[in-house]
Design a binder for this molecule. Sequence first.
Ligand SMILES: NC(=O)c1ccc[n+]([C@@H]2O[C@H](COP(=O)([O-])OP(=O)(O)OC[C@H]3O[C@@H](n4cnc5c(N)ncnc54)[C@H](OP(=O)(O)O)[C@@H]3O)[C@@H](O)[C@H]2O)c1
Length: 358
Amino acid sequence: MAIPTKHKALLLLSHAGSYEIRDVDVPMPDAGEVLIRVEAAALNPSDWRTRHTEYSFILPGYPAHQGSDAAGVVVALGEGVTRFKVGDRVLHQGSYSNGEKLAAFQQYTAVPTDLVAKIPDNLTFDQAATIPLALATSAIAFYQKRLEVDGGGGAGLLPFWKEGGRGKYSGKPILIFGGASACGQYGIQFARLSGFSPVITTVSPSNMELALSLGATHTIDRSLSADALIEAVKAITSKPFHFIYDSVSSEETQNIGYDLLAPGGTIVILLRSAVKEDKLTRDKTILTCWGSVHLDMHKEFGAEMYQHITKWFEIGYLRTTATEYVPGGLSNIPGAQERVRSGKVGPRKLVVHPSETI
Ligand SMILES: NC(=O)c1ccc[n+]([C@@H]2O[C@H](COP(=O)([O-])OP(=O)(O)OC[C@H]3O[C@@H](n4cnc5c(N)ncnc54)[C@H](OP(=O)(O)O)[C@@H]3O)[C@@H](O)[C@H]2O)c1
């Protein structure tokens, strides 16, 4: 199929403002990049957070391109590209900082090949589109080293894909808040691959089976009060928690997690810290993880991870989150985004097909 010169992109016009679909130039792939026709793009809470809240600082300006999760087909190669060919099915993470090229909420996008992975045959475009942001965020949270930049980075665990990494944390407990969230689902799977035991997670009762099937050993009803939740955790294990992953990161979960963390331990959160000042101690580390492989601090880590992604899903080390297809292409992203914002979508990702945009 010939590549058009113009394509449709969804643009956010201002902070907390409306969206507009515009005809814009199809980006040209530079050396080392591939041009991808986006077949499926998934929505994330970060879309509405960067649109409506203080996290808009992540956007470089307006009109802003958004969309962190994309799967599609390679349609052109930049100079020097040998790892991919035209027709390959691929996935990649979008970025807000250079949206014209990387963003997912558009019909074509250009991406550096070291941050692109082939989609294994056992995954559809919709399934593949659910992977990039949640996988990268949890991988960074667990396995990226601690970084002095922005108080962030990750817990610095030995990656499960490195020699000695598989099962390394056998016998050590882990607590994961939000085992049904996309990030939490990868957190559980990483905990399983890294050998943690017990793997304790908080979910709604309807998602307990899901969490157990991913590798959790114990589930706790997320609606328990803080005191009851702490008691429930302590009833499962008396071992100290040296690593807690909070993929919810509400004020409540952060404070419960901090209370349960052992001295010397690390809690990785995905939003800004809301741990009460009066309980902060030097003994316990809180890290905010910024889950983009396009950030300079994570590019090298991301490129290493992208070499393995295809295989992980092909051989069943990892499973994607469930999908829900939203018809109407880019035009229906604003409505679908309201559903994500309401917190009522559950343990699945909403996926659109940009080619269906009218
Ligand atoms: N820092 C970063 O780079 C970064 C990257 C990705 C995401 N995030 C943030 O991380 C959070 C998770 O993102 P996501 O995409 O993984 O979310 P998601 O898939 O949209 O999460 C939805 C699930 O969260 C669960 N949940 C909500 N409140 C909970 C609570 N108090 N306890 C336990 N589970 C709870 C619900 O589980 P049940 O259905 O079981 O109730 C729900 O199904 C969001 O706030 C997002 O903005 C940050």
